[in-house]
Design a protein around this ligand. Structure first.
Ligand SMILES: Nc1ncnc2c1ncn2[C@@H]1O[C@H](COP(=O)(O)OP(=O)(O)O)[C@@H](O)[C@H]1O
Ligand SMILES: [Mg+2]
Length: 251
């Protein structure tokens, strides 16, 4: 059996916000590991604390207690690839300009960074759109740029917070295929947040199911279905029903 090492170890994370209306407990004793090159999905109902958890992993926020241990030490700022629901592209830069931005800031020479950027642009299916500006692109295409840009940072850890949440269903399916395509050809450790059970099963090697707020880990599912997966496959539907039965209502 293949033994993979842990890339991220999360131990007993807790987070409570102290607000005018009282204490607001968001994360309660969250512990899990992410293996190197694993596609891990965090699945949980709306407002349960998914974004807070991902922000703590990205060091955009601080936990009250608990630890996050990265194999090889905490990545330097900018060495975690982030993809959020909002596209956050530079509107005055072309697709190529957006994707090559991070390596450019790191001083990578133009020929190297543009060759790398081109590879990722091709892998997300945007060949021919290199010179387009974000305003000329659809929502799905902008999110493809976001994924290519995160890849081009050469970060080996990617955190994705409901990146397809604002897209219509059809676009969302093609984005799910796009992310699996690039990840299968160029493996990274991905932590992908969603509130959509089908998306979780379609994408994940493993799913961690969170409770409603305060988020706790309810259960973990290994998804042993071969890729490409099918939403209508019997084993897919069985797993879906099992997860739905264990999922807290989105209140
Ligand atoms: N800075 C903050 N101050 C107070 N409450 C917050 C703050 N950030 C998030 N929360 C609360 O934490 C809960 C979880 O939020 P979030 O992680 O965004 O949920 P989701 O699972 O939908 O991503 C929500 O009730 C939200 O209002
Ligand atoms: Mg969120």
């Amino acid at each position: 059996m293949e033994v993979r090492k842990n890339k991220i170890m999360v131990e007993n994370l807790c987070k409570t916000y102290h607000t005018n209306s009282g204490d607001h407990e968001v994360l309660k004793d969250i512990s899990f590991n992410v293996e190197e090159n694993e596609f891990l999905v965090l699945l949980g109902p709306g407002r349960c604390g998914k974004t807070v958890l991902l922000n703590i992993l990205a060091e955009l926020e601080e936990q009250d207690s608990g630890k996050i241990i990265f194999d090889g030490g905490r990545p330097e700022m900018g060495n975690i690839g982030l993809v959020f629901q909002k596209y956050a592209l530079f509107p005055w830069k072309t697709v190529m300009g957006n994707v090559e931005m991070s390596p450019k800031l790191k001083g990578v020479d133009k020929a190297t960074r543009q060759a790398n950027a081109q590879e990722y642009i091709d892998l997300v299916g945007l060949h021919g759109f290199e010179k387009h500006l974000p305003k000329q692109l659809s929502g799905g295409m902008k999110q493809r740029v976001g994924i290519a840009r995160a890849y081009a940072t050469e970060a080996d850890i990617m955190l994705m917070d409901e990146p397809f949440g604002a897209l219509d269903a059809q676009t969302r399916y093609s984005m799910e295929d796009a992310i699996i395509n690039i990840w299968e050809k160029n493996k990274r450790t991905i932590v992908f947040v969603t509130n959509n059970v089908e998306e979780a099963i379609y994408l994940g090697d493993r799913i961690i199911l969170l409770s409603s707020r305060p988020a706790t880990i309810k259960k973990e599912y290994k998804v042993d279905l071969p890729r490409p997966r099918s939403y209508t496959d019997r084993a897919f539907l069985e797993l879906r029903n099992e997860i739905v039965a264990n999922t807290d209502l989105d209140v």
